[in-house]
Design a protein around this ligand. Structure first.
Ligand SMILES: NC(=O)c1ccc[n+]([C@@H]2O[C@H](COP(=O)([O-])OP(=O)(O)OC[C@H]3O[C@@H](n4cnc5c(N)ncnc54)[C@H](OP(=O)(O)O)[C@@H]3O)[C@@H](O)[C@H]2O)c1
Length: 386
């Protein structure tokens, strides 16, 4: 048995009843509960893990709110969430050759690759029978883990911020850039204007763009995050200056500022993980030939557009889900060199994980929320505990 967090259809219903169906008042910390889990028996291609650190991810918020779908209900009444972790290998099955006891590894959340390598479903979310890693121990298939790049220059908390968000950003960037380059080759326009809106995935996306020589602009309401990114050469725009795009005039004013900043050109590539009110701002700010990429729908799952307007402007809207496993490995090679995430100032204890998720839900954090699961750390990660 291991201690693990769960989300059940029953606790969702209870919280819904408490707040009278008002999601504004919903407290996700009442829904995510510490539970017990029996680890499955080890198979010959399995790895037994001791989880060291995890990051709070927004899909857990979506699962607890049941706002896009009631995934706990669909999965039979309960899920064990958590699809981003750093862990120590305790034991390996007889056919595992890539890992051995004592290795420190990271997970990826590609739950079941399709014939092209992209996930059909996400681990610990909609992949049937998948058990997540907000737990003290876990048994995973060896295909689900990658070696942790302990020498990349990041501390342990920064490393733990990346296993889910970095591959997403990596894939968004190669898709957005690839699509733009079909339309405008490098010899015509080498340096692009790249815009991202607040959030962990967006900041990593912009780090990739900046690292490759492009102009990167982060529009966020979080002053600490903007400051961290400015230190990395990424320009900041305060989203609160435009009332978080509450009205059409705010979108117009934002568009005017963005166009002024870019000599009238606009953004060639936009990363919008939020949709909702952010979406029209991102669309307006695009240049001709622009590409809008997204892998999220935090504020709204639906979008509308005027096909004639986007056709005339030669705009592409692209939707992605998650990286291939090879792409996850490629993203890992960029930890610390390109990806230097902003971590929230408090490192949460395992018992405080529900509070970490509620504070994420309320957008009160200064960066990516990290939860320390293990009290005792392996000697090889001790130097990374700063
Ligand atoms: N498909 C995938 O593989 C994948 C992977 C990761 C995430 N996602 C999804 O993508 C979305 C973002 O994820 P993330 O990890 O980047 O999230 P995150 O690091 O938790 O950031 C979320 C951001 O949302 C912004 N925000 C919150 N309320 C807002 C509002 N009312 N108006 C405008 N902005 C608001 C905040 O930006 P400010 O800085 O402006 O406050 C916050 O930083 C989530 O829906 C998540 O589920 C998908």
């Amino acid at each position: 048995m291991t201690r693990a967090y769960s989300i059940s259809a029953e606790t969702i219903a209870q919280e819904n009843q408490r707040v009278g169906g008002d999601l504004e008042k919903f407290d996700v910390s009442r829904v995510i509960q510490l539970d017990e889990l029996e680890l499955r028996e080890m198979g010959s291609r399995d790895v037994h893990l001791r989880v060291l650190v995890v990051s709070a991810e927004h899909n857990v918020d979506h699962a607890a709110l049941a706002d896009t779908m009631n995934i706990a209900d669909v999965r039979g009444g309960k899920i064990y969430p958590g699809n981003s972790a750093v862990a120590e290998v305790l034991a390996v099955g007889g056919e595992v050759t890539r890992f051995s006891a004592g290795d420190v590894v990271i997970t990826h959340c590609n739950g079941e690759p399709d014939p092209h390598g992209y996930p059909l479903r996400i681990w610990a979310y909609d992949q049937p029978d998948s058990v997540g890693w907000y737990s003290e121990e876990a048994v995973v298939g060896d295909w689900q883990i990658l070696p942790a790049p302990l020498d990349c220059g990041l501390n342990l908390w920064e490393l733990a911020a990346l296993p889910l968000r970095a591959p997403t950003a990596h894939h968004l960037w190669r898709r957005g850039l690839g699509i733009f380059r079909v339309k405008v080759p490098r010899e015509k326009l080498a340096r692009l204007n790249v815009l991202g809106f607040g959030g962990g995935v967006s900041e990593l996306f912009l780090m990739l763009a900046q690292h490759e020589g492009h102009r990167a602009i982060f529009c966020s309401g979080n002053a600490e995050r903007r400051k961290h990114l400015e230190g990395e050469g990424i320009e900041g725009i305060d989203q609160n200056q435009f009332n978080r795009f509450a009205g059409r005039d705010d979108v117009k004013a934002f568009n005017k500022q963005l166009k002024q900043m870019t000599g009238g050109e606009g953004a060639h590539i936009v990363c919008d993980m939020l949709r909702g009110r952010v979406y029209p701002a991102g669309l307006a700010a695009l240049s001709r030939m622009g590409v809008n990429v997204s892998a999220g729908w935090q504020l709204d799952a639906g979008v509308q557009y005027n096909s004639a307007n986007l056709s005339v402007r030669q705009i592409t809207l692209d939707h992605i889900h998650f990286e291939t496993i090879e792409g996850c490995a490629a993203a890992t090679a960029l930890y610390g060199r390109v990806f230097k995430p902003t971590v929230h100032r408090e490192i949460y204890a395992f018992d405080d994980l529900p509070r970490a998720l509620q504070e994420m839900h309320r957008n009160e954090q200064t960066g990516i929320p990290i939860v320390r699961v293990a009290d005792e750390m392996p000697a090889k990660v001790e130097p990374l505990l700063s």
